[in-house]
Design a protein around this ligand. Structure first.
Ligand code: GCU
Length: 940
């Protein structure tokens, strides 16, 4: 095969180069496209010719001393990486010659089992680990330094990790959905195990490359099924892959597993009481069974008596009783129990609960039990004070739980680089010991209380998307978490620089532009979503993505016409500030001294309150949202400057993410600013705006005239006259405009004429206001378009028997059985109906659904016809709905977060005379399908 530039581009340079086919590579103006799969382990040819020449002389082959799977992994990774980087084969050999990279492990007290040294000798490099894992980490470090083109003379290093437990928590379910995952399905194909996928090796490499040594592979909301005997050989196979890369497999355990897994068997156990002898024996047997198959099994992570999960409190025992029962059985195997402190039911103020429950248990947890505590006292909000349990459990092993997946920080749409936040958490001085210490980092590295079973857990953002993390820049958080777990002293600047260089190469402009964007992104996200420590402003039961400040009134803020915030002071509020050391009690308890960024977390203050910055609180809220949005626009244009400097595929991918980021940032700005103007009625010192609102329950009909009601509030101090119109999506839309005049502070409702095309869809609409001015919530409002019933062959509003009906639509409820005269209805068992209430329009508020499949029979007209079905749930998350006829799947939806809807479509044929079609409605096994509407329209 001759390698031309074109085949090289097509195959990806690394593959060809790793195979040793090419002596060098012409330098391209624009680098070849990448899809992000290689993350920070890209091993592309070293661009600087001098450096490359030195490397080629220095590294000619790899030699592994010792027979151990982890050492072999180190050897193969070095060979693979150096071959790619040097553009020629750097094989693993048995004999040490000139230019050898020699990998070995030798017990060494200063290094510890995970530390390493890299030493340049006269004619070779030695990578020596204090244990096999240390050697592996040294191999990756050398490769990273070579990727960053560090001169050969500067490669000597000694390093060891700070935290013993550097752990990922996957919130992956048995059906491969991921709780709070935004990167596709679980990478673990449970039902295929013990069959192994190539990607598991890459996953293990990713972890090892940044020193992660433990991983919990399933969700803390754990299914007992993971512990079923039939599953364990499969998990053992997975553990085997991880083991070769120095990673130990853990499982989240459901505390009621003895009940669930003995049900229906010969000796059912009806309780999960940790003091019950049968329960203890069941766990003993289960743990023995696991270790027979997985000798290095890490242990169990447990979420107990939290958000509905079972636990020891169900039997009058404490969390410590519950944890110790398992810990004692794991101890002989060197297993551990990680017990989460995230519990929040039962007190008035969510922030206090964990401390009040766990602080009294300090000193009661056994040596191999570790309490895992989220960084803040609430739930991974963009800004929270540090959880007072840090420093509050000096006689308990403790891990900090950080959330890498961006549940409350923008999913995979908003860029939010979290390392600066985590730095602030780790650096927090608790003042509970001598001087200002210990810091959170001191606690989780074991320095504070001389502990070994401590560390950091990250709820990971990995899924089966090709780029692993759902958006390219999200991988920086995965990398950053691991680097901090390795060394919490690294600065955010150092960590992000390393990630950028490994991910995008050494182009200076890429480095400086992207670094500036990333380092500002967390505080930017904070500024347009939730400044001043305001906290939780998304719908608590939903996907935690879009703004919904009205839904968290009392939970996270007490907003009135006079002010906002939450009085958590010891003097006049809930008493939360009293949980901290005296130093912080004084600061947080005082209105003057409380840092601005936590003000509304700790205090309730009037809008006129003057901040440390000199602005009033309300003006700060306004300015923060407007400035934050402006910065997101700058992020997008900053990225735009890098066109041609980053490969085309990743450039376009990231540009598209910034486009979506801008839209969502605007939505946050508009919603929160409007909300606070609505209460405070204070006009911004910067001049004000118009704000638009859409009375609930509005549907738009496709193919006929609608008037869209829009309430316009004049948040300025002068009368405003304007014309408003829906911006047509394309030429198939017809619209009309309406003029209005609204006095300062007043509101008017205008009815905008609009005729959408005859479609079933969800459409984002903009409202044009002329003359042009700032009009909040005038862009990207999502509306459901449903076809005009008069123009459909069939238009069914599907749901409960008594909820409101869409104009012209026929009702299908669970009791609508098939009849030929009707031409639609259920055959066989009917499904269940649900109504989510009046915040939704008539179409979306109710639906039918069920666990088993059900059949809806409909009459098709002659000839081709289009079927459209509305799927979604205004309450909880909505699993896929699959519509089939016979064995043929016609249409299917994906997992949808609560409150998100979609139309799915299929093209059918009624034949020459028309016919009936039996539509099977189903989901994945044991999941609830949904159907809210079904229409048949002319084929497009
Ligand atoms: C949050 C999150 C849940 C998760 C829980 C936990 O509340 O929304 O999905 O299960 O935290 O950490 O246990």
């Amino acid at each position: 095969m001759t390698i031309t530039r074109r085949t090289l581009l097509a195959s990806g340079a690394a593959g060809a180069l790793a195979a040793g086919l090419l002596p060098g590579l012409p330098s391209f103006a624009v680098p070849p496209s990448e899809d992000g799969y290689d993350l920070w382990m890209r091993y592309r040819l070293v661009a600087d010719r001098d450096v490359l020449a030195h490397y080629r002389a220095a590294f000619t082959h790899v030699v592994v001393l010792g027979d151990h799977a982890v050492l072999r992994s180190a050897g193969s990774e070095l060979s693979r990486g150096l071959s790619g980087l040097l553009g020629r084969s750097v094989p693993v050999r048995d004999r040490i010659g000139d230019g050898a990279v020699v990998v070995s492990a030798k017990a060494d007290d200063t290094l510890g089992p995970e530390g390493f040294t890299i030493r340049r000798r006269a004619d070779r490099f030695d990578i020596t680990g204090g244990g096999e894992r240390g050697a592996l980490y040294g191999a990756f470090r050398l490769l990273q330094q070579v990727q960053r083109q560090r001169p050969v003379e500067q490669l000597n290093t000694t390093d060891r990790p700070a935290s013993p437990l550097r752990m990922l928590n996957h919130w992956d379910n048995l059906n491969r959905s991921i709780e709070r995952g935004y990167a596709g399905k679980s990478i673990f194909v449970w039902d295929e195990l013990p069959g192994l996928r190539e990607r598991y090796v890459d996953y293990a490499r990713v972890l090892a490359s940044v020193g992660i040594n433990h991983t919990v592979v399933n969700n803390v909301n754990a299914s007992a099924e993971f512990l079923r005997s039939e599953r364990l050989p499969g998990l053992a196979a997975l553990a085997g892959v991880l083991r070769s890369w120095g990673v130990r497999l853990w499982l989240s355990a459901n505390y009621a597993s003895p009940i669930t897994l003995t049900k229906g068997g010969p000796a059912p156990i009806a309780v999960a009481d940790p003091f019950d002898a049968r329960v203890q024996q069941w766990w003993q047997d289960k743990i023995d069974e696991i270790y027979r198959l997985i000798p290095d099994f890490g242990g169990f992570l447990v979420k107990a008596n939290s958000e509905g999960q079972p636990g020891p409190l169900d039997y009058g025992r404490t969390h410590a009783d519950g944890a110790n029962m398992l810990a004692d059985r794991l101890a002989p195997y060197d297993g551990k129990i990680v017990w989460r402190s995230f519990v929040h039911e039962g007190f008035d103020d969510w922030a206090e609960y964990q401390y009040r429950v766990f602080h009294p248990l300090d000193g009661q947890f056994h040596e191999n039990a570790v309490v895992q505590t989220k960084n803040g006292p609430i739930d991974f909000q963009v800004r929270e004070p540090v959880n007072p349990l840090f420093g509050g459990l000096p006689r308990t092993n403790q891990m900090v739980e950080l959330q890498i997946t961006q549940e409350y920080t923008g999913h995979s749409t908003h860029l939010c680089y979290l390392v600066p936040e985590w730095k602030a958490v780790l650096g927090f001085p608790t003042y509970t010991g001598s001087g200002s210490g210990p810091t959170v980092a001191d606690i989780v590295t074991g320095v504070a209380y001389d502990q070994e079973n401590v560390g950091m857990a990250g709820v990971v953002n990995i899924g089966d998307d090709r780029d692993w993390t759902g958006y390219q820049l999200g991988a920086a958080n995965t990398h950053g978490f691991a680097r901090l777990a390795w060394n919490p002293r690294l600065s955010a600047d150092e960590i992000v620089t390393e990630w950028i260089e490994l991910t995008f190469g050494l182009d200076r402009q890429v480095g400086s532009v992207l670094k500036a964007i990333m380092l500002q992104s967390w505080e930017t996200y904070e500024s347009y979503t939730s400044p001043l420590g305001m906290g939780y402003l998304t719908y608590p039961l939903g996907s935690h993505f879009a703004p919904a400040p009205t839904t968290t009134q009392n939970l996270s803020h007490h907003t009135t016409a006079a002010g906002t915030g939450f009085d958590r002071t010891a003097a006049t509020g809930t008493g939360f500030t009293g949980l901290y050391a005296a130093h912080w009690q004084e600061i947080y308890g005082s209105l003057e001294n409380c840092p601005d960024e936590l003000l509304l977390f700790m205090h309730w203050v009037p809008y006129t309150h003057v901040l440390q910055s000199g602005k009033t609180m309300i003006q700060h809220i306004y300015d923060s949202h407007f400035n934050g949005y402006q910065r997101v626009l700058e992020f997008r244009s900053g990225w735009g400057q890098l066109a041609g400097r980053v490969d085309a595929a990743r450039y376009a991918d990231i540009a598209a993410t910034f486009d979506a980021h801008v839209v969502e940032a605007e939505r946050w700005r508009d919603t929160i600013v409007s909300y606070f103007y609505g209460f405070s009625r204070t006009v911004s010192a910067r001049g004000g705006w118009l704000q638009l609102a859409y009375p609930g329950g509005q549907l738009l009909f496709g193919g006929r005239a609608n008037s869209l009601a829009v309430q316009v509030t004049n948040a300025t101090d002068a009368e405003r006259s304007f014309t408003a119109a829906v911006r047509p999506v394309d030429s198939s839309w017809q619209v009309g405009s309406v003029g209005a005049t609204v006095g300062a502070g007043g509101s008017a409702t205008v009815a905008l004429p609009v005729i959408p095309p005859l479609i079933a869809g969800l459409v984002d609409l903009d409202i044009d206001i002329t003359p042009a001015q700032t009009a909040l919530s005038s862009r990207n409002q999502t509306f459901v378009i449903t076809p005009d019933a008069a123009q459909c062959h069939l238009a069914l509003d599907i749901g409960t028997a008594d909820s409101p009906l869409v104009t012209g639509y026929a009702r299908v409820s669970p009791s609508t059985t098939w009849s030929t005269t009707r031409g639609y209805g259920w055959v066989g068992t009917a499904p269940q109906g649900r109504d989510r209430g009046s915040t939704w329009d008539a179409l979306r508020r109710d639906f039918v659904g069920d666990y088993p499949a059900r059949t809806l029979r409909v009459t098709l007209p002659p000839g081709p016809v289009r079927l459209s079905a509305l799927v979604g749930d205004g309450g909880p998350d909505c699993p896929p709905t699959i519509i089939a006829e016979g064995n043929k799947v016609l249409a299917a939806s994906t997992d949808l977060p609560g409150g998100v809807f979609t139309w799915i479509h299929a093209d059918l044929d009624g034949g020459p005379t028309g016919r009936t079609a039996d539509l099977t409605l189903d989901s994945e096994p044991d999941r609830f399908w949904h159907l809210g509407a079904l229409v048949l329209t002319a084929a497009p």
